[in-house]
Design a protein around this ligand. Structure first.
Ligand SMILES: Nc1ncnc2c1ncn2[C@@H]1O[C@H](COP(=O)(O)OP(=O)(O)OP(=O)(O)O)[C@@H](O)[C@H]1O
Ligand SMILES: [Mg+2]
Length: 170
């Protein structure tokens, strides 16, 4: 348990404010953040926009606090248009997949996020930053694109979703 103020909650983790610079992301299950912290540090070193990692210890990740709405919030509020949002997501994929693999000797292998959708992009003052690297690994980049397309398609066919109305524009 922690008495820190809760900033956000996803399906797997709670995110608490430590101070104005740092957050604690804590898995509610027995997750271990070591693998994702390693990939975040690797892509961050290569210039990809991720929160800076300060500490990784079992279920706890202490990282840079980002201010700003998620891409989903901006799309729903209308401050980001559907087409511009699509281009932004495609650009993040392109930039991530330009990076060399960390482990594989196969040069066609790339770093994959495998959950790159508008809830996992924060539109911060320093630009769009990708969070939630739980599924990140290495593999064929088309898999990353296919998963994002599938997640967006799930939203498009969900009549209840705030963004479903934009489906004919993509
Ligand atoms: N570095 C950060 N700075 C500020 N807020 C953050 C940061 N990381 C996460 N958050 C907030 O916490 C929320 C949940 O974060 P995250 O997506 O990492 O959790 P999750 O449980 O893995 O989510 P999901 O439901 O997508 O699996 C985000 O939507 C965001 O509001
Ligand atoms: Mg998330």
């Amino acid at each position: 348990m922690t008495s820190l103020p809760l900033l956000g909650s996803g399906r797997n983790a709670d995110v608490f404010a430590i101070d104005s610079r740092r957050v604690l992301r804590r898995y509610r299950d027995d997750g271990d953040v070591a693998a994702e912290a390693t990939i975040m540090a690797y892509v961050g070193e290569l210039g990809f926009p991720v929160p800076k990692v300060y500490q990784a210890d079992e279920a706890d990740l202490v990282m840079e606090r980002l201010d700003g709405p998620t891409m989903s919030q901006a799309l729903i509020a209308g401050s980001l248009g559907i087409e511009a949002g699509g281009e932004l997501l495609a650009d993040l994929h392109r930039r991530l997949h330009e990076l060399p693999p960390r482990l594989s000797p196969d040069s066609s292998v790339r770093i994959l996020h495998l959950d790159l959708h508008p809830d996992n992009v924060i539109l911060s003052q320093r630009g769009p930053v990708v969070i939630d690297w739980r599924n990140a690994t290495e593999g064929p980049p088309d898999l990353d694109l296919a998963l994002s397309a599938l997640i967006l398609a799930e939203v498009a066919v969900d009549e209840e979703h705030d963004l479903a109305a934009g489906r004919t524009r993509c």
